[in-house]
Design a binder for this molecule. Structure first.
Ligand code: NZQ
Ligand code: ZN
Length: 386
């Protein structure tokens, strides 16, 4: 196990009605609040009204219309609002897109130059306004992590930045807020949680028993509870477990002692950058194809561990049989959750594969992944996903 530093200081308020803590939390930082949200789901499910009631003594300025795959132009709009209204604290109410946009707004206010610079060069982030989040979708882990992913659709770039300054100070997680999440987003969010775990689980470090067991537990939780939430959207137990899995999958815990680049995320980010697709759907399509592509004599034991401990496959002696069954079950799980499992279903063809593969290697550091991937490898994985 490599040396590591685990730092996850976000204060988590989890459970029914925990939004009651909002006034106290906000008052730690001031009265001028930038409320960030997306296309309006928080207005339809009542969260918006609750926020306004609870913060009646604050001045609330709104950054609305944050897109899934948030755009740099929206970040710039938020920074302008913060400066004009002397904002003290940023409040994000939504999924990963809203939280990510809010993070870069919070950092951008404290940066003089072009906001895109702090996306492409995280070391330029030297300070940020305090950020509080209210999570409404179990998926990205942004509610408890130092990452933000922003898109520049003009240049077909979708890039992740990272800084401890943008870690949320506190996050409110009420599983009842997930009741209105559509089935498609519930499934895609679960695929994202699983991918975060899988990216860390498949690692060259072989002595990380604790991290692996935590990972297997999180994967089992997703496999158990996503179908329940799809069938019965107001099942509290299912929503609560998926919500907590979202935070634990990417708060650093499963990646401790295993620092290496990820594999499927850089490829998916290219799909989103060119075709604006739902992140978790892209991951569900890529993941089983990547697994088949990297399965070999060196990696097979890890796939056997995955098959035995996550899908409880009986090991009859042939490692590759177990490994392939585990990969098939991964793919079948996503299919059963009604995720479209080919790029063709998303109207994606080979047109941009060359450029996407080049950028995935360039921006995603795929040469340092579990099994290093070059441009041709990425093209092959994308072709397998058609
Ligand atoms: O915009 P609104 O109206 O709120 O609707 C959203 C959006 O259409 C809707 N939604 C969210 N909560 C809802 C709801 N609808 C009904 N009821 C609710 N309670 O769901 C749609 C998708 O929302 P979005 O925030 O885009 O989804 P997600 O949380 O999956 O975030 C995806 C973004 O996060 C990035 C992705 O690349 C993508 O840009 N990621 C961020 C990461 C991070 N910060 O650590 C890591 C991830 O790997 C990922 O890259
Ligand atoms: Zn993700």
């Amino acid at each position: 196990m490599k040396n590591f530093n685990f730092y996850a200081p976000t204060e988590m308020f989890f459970g029914k009605g925990e939004i009651k803590n909002l006034p106290n939390l906000i008052s730690r930082y001031g009265k001028n609040v930038l409320l960030c949200y997306g296309g309006g789901s928080i207005k339809r499910n009542g969260i918006y009204d609750s926020i306004h009631k609870l913060l009646k003594d604050c001045t609330i300025i709104e950054l609305s219309g944050i897109e899934p795959n948030p755009r740099i132009e929206t970040v710039e709009r938020g920074i302008k609002l913060c400066r004009e209204h002397n904002i003290d604290v940023v409040l994000a109410a939504g999924g990963g897109s809203t939280i990510d946009c809010a993070k870069v707004v919070a950092a951008g206010v404290c940066y003089e130059g072009d906001a895109w610079n702090i996306v492409t060069n995280p070391s330029k982030i030297k300070a940020a306004l305090p950020l509080v989040t209210i999570l409404t979708l179990a998926a990205t882990g942004s509610e408890m992590d130092p990452y933000a992913v922003i898109s520049n659709m003009k240049t077909n770039e979708k890039i992740g930045t990272e800084s401890q300054y943008i870690l949320p100070k506190a996050s409110i997680l009420d599983p009842e807020y997930l009741y209105t999440v559509p089935k498609y987003q519930t499934a895609a969010g679960t695929a994202d949680i699983m991918s975060h775990v899988i990216e860390n689980y498949f690692s060259t470090e072989i002595d990380t028993f604790v991290q692996d067991k935590i990972s297997e537990g999180l994967l089992e939780a997703c496999i158990k509870y996503c179908p329940v939430a799809l069938e019965d959207p107001e099942n509290y137990e299912a929503r609560a477990n998926l919500m907590w899995a979202s935070s634990l999958a990417l708060n650093g815990l499963t990646g401790c002692g295993k620092n290496q680049a990820w594999s499927c995320h850089p490829i998916e980010h290219e799909l989103s950058a060119f075709y604006d697709i739902t992140h978790g759907v892209g991951l569900a399509i890529i993941t089983p194809r990547w697994m088949r592509y990297i399965l070999n004599d060196k990696t097979v034991d890890k796939f056997v561990q995955y098959g035995e401990n996550v899908f409880h496959i009986q090991n009859t002696g042939d490692k590759f049989t177990v490994a392939n069954e585990a990969i098939d079950k991964t793919e079948q799980f996503f299919k059963d959750c009604k995720i479209p499992m080919t790029l063709k279903e998303l109207n994606i063809d080979e047109t941009h594969f060359e450029k996407m593969a080049e950028d995935a290697v360039k921006f995603g550091g795929l040469q340092y992944a579990y099994v290093p991937l070059n441009k041709n490898d990425v093209i092959n994985i994308l072709k397998e996903s058609l």
